[in-house]
Design a binder for this molecule. Structure first.
Ligand code: CA
Length: 436
């Protein structure tokens, strides 16, 4: 785990004025990474750092960043961030320090770096890493219980849940960056009152509010990652929407878990917030007394004292008619990652306990994040009790599951007394009608 240093100083301001606004996601204490280019251009994608409403172009700025190891500068300016991810915490920290010094008020390099800024509103992004493998966990016990109750009323939470971080292997090819638009999936549907399944468009397309963890340095096949070393293998965290077709899922998920219900689209936010930036927002990890203590390899003092992160997570919905009337997306839930039953470190350690090797740029998703209250549920299947209780929107529309043209927006941010607010930006995706 990182210690606090001058890059976290709440008093720091930036010469990029928009970074100093109280509600900015990207003050100088944040400094998240993405790959971008000017929208609609043929420029190569390259690494960038968010500062206020701007992006510092790491290709243009590379030679201007005093004290930066050229190998780190080169890794950070690639068209994907895998090489930067592979370098590990010492290199990431050194880069963060150089960027903080270059972008803070009074920096001697200000005039040279001013020409290396690109306005975020003029940029387009891509998935920031070549993702070799995608694992989706299931770390919210509230979500697991709520969904389990709908699929198996007599037996909502299976006994293994409290002992190990449940996960499955997902599909990489359909992961897209914020702005992704995809068609309503077709699949086998078998409502309970029908004797046989039919092929048809899913009628129960849902979103899942999740975070994505990008793996940094990997491990060799056969090598396990110990709990207190696990976070050194995580580059940072982004927002993630794991779109799900609940009717396809209900018919296919036993015995081997989700397959086509999940593999048609997954959307990630462009910006990755580093664990070092998240250090001031760490909180203790605990679980209710009635659950057993984790097995030894999933338990440590450091993990209990500060293994969790206080990240507020918001889901908003904008229907097609809201969009045409220029009505802003409406909030449907507000939750927090600190409710997770398992931590970032526990996910990494459990993933490798059998010797499975992780690689730089692998993506681990947290699973849907729901809290104990109704306003904190991170998917429509929970908010609407399996489609039985529609939610009402301010314009009079109702939703059980998503309709064609609906856009879902996920935002996340950290706040703490005496600290600046830092944000994750947002991830947006839109459901299009099924293809003929
Ligand atoms: Ca999921």
């Amino acid at each position: 785990m990182y210690s606090l240093n001058e890059t976290h100083d709440p008093k720091l301001t930036s010469w990029v004025e928009s970074a100093n606004e109280a509600m900015s996601d990207f003050p100088i204490q944040n400094l998240p990474f993405a790959v971008f280019r000017r929208h609609g251009s043929n420029e190569p994608f390259r690494g960038g750092v968010a500062i206020g409403t701007q992006i510092l172009d790491l290709v243009a700025a590379g030679g201007q960043l005093n004290g930066l190891d050229p190998a780190v500068a080169e890794a950070a300016s690639q068209e994907r961030l895998n090489r930067l991810m592979a370098l590990g915490p010492a290199a990431w920290s050194a880069l963060r320090m150089v960027l903080s010094q270059a972008l803070r008020s009074g920096s001697a390099t200000r005039d040279r770096l001013r020409g290396c800024l690109v306005t975020q509103a003029e940029a387009e992004y891509r998935v920031p890493a070549r993702i070799g493998d995608f694992t989706d966990f299931y770390t919210s016990i509230h979500h697991a219980t709520n969904v389990g109750r709908l699929f198996r009323p007599e037996n909502p939470l299976l006994p293994n849940y409290q002992w190990l971080p449940i996960g499955y292997h997902g599909r990489c090819s359909s992961i897209g960056v914020s702005g992704q638009r995809f068609h309503r999936p077709l699949g086998q549907l078998k409502p309970p009152d029908m004797a046989e399944p039919v092929l048809g468009p899913s009628r129960r397309v849902d979103y899942e509010l999740e975070l994505g963890l990008y793996v940094g340095p990997g491990n060799e096949p056969g090598e396990r990652i110990a709990l207190d070393d696990a976070e050194a293998h995580v580059f940072g965290i982004s927002l993630l929407n794991d779109w799900s077709a609940r009717d396809i899922q209900a018919w296919e998920y036993q015995p081997l878990g989700p397959f086509l219900a999940k593999s048609f689209a997954t959307t990630v936010s462009p910006w990755i917030v580093t664990l070092e930036a998240l250090t001031p927002y760490r909180v203790a990890w605990s679980r209710p007394e009635e659950h057993p203590r984790p097995l030894h390899y999933l338990d440590s003092t450091a993990n209990r004292q500060a293994g969790a992160f206080d990240i507020t997570l918001e889901v908003l919905l904008q229907t097609a008619s809201m969009q045409s009337a220029q009505v802003a997306p409406q909030r449907v839930s507000l939750g927090n990652f600190h409710h997770a039953f398992w931590t970032v470190a526990q996910m990494v350690t459990h993933h490798t306990v059998n010797g499975c090797n992780l690689q730089p740029g692998d993506l681990l998703a947290t699973g849907t994040q729901s809290g104990p209250n109704e306003t904190e549920m991170g998917a429509l299947i929970e908010l609407t009790q399996g489609g039985k209780r529609p939610i009402r929107l301010a314009n009079g529309e109702h939703r059980t599951f998503l309709e064609d043209g609906d856009s879902v927006v996920i935002r996340g941010w950290c706040e703490r007394e005496g600290r600046p607010r830092i944000g994750f930006g947002e991830v947006v995706g839109t459901l299009l009608p099924a293809r003929d």
